[in-house]
Design a binder for this molecule. Sequence first.
Ligand SMILES: Cc1cc2nc3c(=O)[nH]c(=O)nc-3n(C[C@H](O)[C@H](O)[C@H](O)COP(=O)(O)OP(=O)(O)OC[C@H]3O[C@@H](n4cnc5c(N)ncnc54)[C@H](O)[C@@H]3O)c2cc1C
Length: 404
Amino acid sequence: MSQPYDVIVVGARCAGSPTAMLLARKGYRVLVVDRARFPSDTVSTHVVHPLGVAALARWGLLERLAATGCPPVRTYAFDFGPFAITGAPGTADAPVAYCPRRTILDKLLVDAAAEAGAEVREDFIVEQLLMEDGRVVGIAGHAKGGETVRERARVVVGADGRHSLVAEAVRAEPYHTKPPLLCGYYSYWSGIPMDGRFETYIRLHRGFAAAPTHDDLTLIIAGWPYAEFETNKKDIEGHFLKAIELAPAFADRLRGGRREARIAGAAVPNFFRRPYGPGWALVGDAGYNKDPITAQGILDSFRDAELCATALDATFTAARRFDDAMADYQRTRDAQVLPMYELTTQLATLEPPPPEMQQLLGAIHGNQAAMDGFVRMNAGTTSPAEFLSPANIGAIMAAAQGAP
Ligand SMILES: Cc1cc2nc3c(=O)[nH]c(=O)nc-3n(C[C@H](O)[C@H](O)[C@H](O)COP(=O)(O)OP(=O)(O)OC[C@H]3O[C@@H](n4cnc5c(N)ncnc54)[C@H](O)[C@@H]3O)c2cc1C
């Protein structure tokens, strides 16, 4: 066994690499491991909303992302059939989103962790956690084809995704759980210019979205209720194309393009997990997982990385007790994401909006300030608690009725 680390991070994608990078930048001795080798893909689409882009800018990584040729996304459009709500997703400081391939984004993040001084071990599989007196003290794992090695740390951070081995080993308590609600399938097309737009189409029990990504390709994801998972899986492509036909103008655009990759997909459960305990912490999907319909996962992973790294730093410098700092991490995370979790799991049912929401959508349409607000809520820029507050709804309804 080598010298102990301050932190071992299990998982090196959107949550793990930024956590490792931020702690290494503070001078801590960090080991980050992943069974994957980078660049590599993962089953996930990859819209990074403006606040996620703002995190990349804070970390000094945005220029690198822009230099990869990924087109910025300036406009989001939500098409409900009879009308569309179109607006700007960001703020003056963070105006654009990006939709970078995970092969490129995740590699950029792993490299940034290594540059910051974290030791990165790819192709390394964690088999179990080392425990002493009820406390996590390290990991046991092996490089592909190698012998089992043990490494110790003051804290092990599970950034190992929704099937987290770390969460399972420490029996991290789940809460607010909901079953899978939707199955989403996606692929990449050439010949479908998006002109800097992220377009979402909402129909009864169907939804699909399109965004521009690297190499002049367009990412398109379509979904249906999880109740149809078994019956539809025999002909995923057929059901995918039928969903797109529900928006004939977009279906025409699709016919003008060419699919360049296989169709991939997933359905995921919805849950929070307690994200800390003696010697361990969770970030990203390992600690909070939700349906991808609102594309919040990468943004949430970035936020967790910052909150968790700040809390661990406060502990290591003895400024705060571990339990106090980490309880704050959990409270802040939950307060920031809970309203979006409720909205996400409601949207993921693909049921028609309730009558009062339909009225509100009608009132938002055509009012550019309200349309920007609606788009910013869906981008996670503004909390649903704020946009759907009685005062804001009242103002939008009054404006629609021509109140001065
Ligand atoms: C279909 C779909 C579409 C999505 N679309 C979007 C979107 O458009 N925008 C968005 O923001 N989010 C989207 N998400 C969510 C997003 O993919 C996740 O929130 C994000 O990937 C979470 O990052 P993470 O680092 O927590 O976990 P992951 O990306 O799952 O990474 C976990 C890493 O841990 C490693 N690992 C796991 N176990 C071990 C082990 N025992 N030993 C070593 N390594 C291990 C894995 O190899 C993996 O690399 C989507 C998800 C799905 C399923």
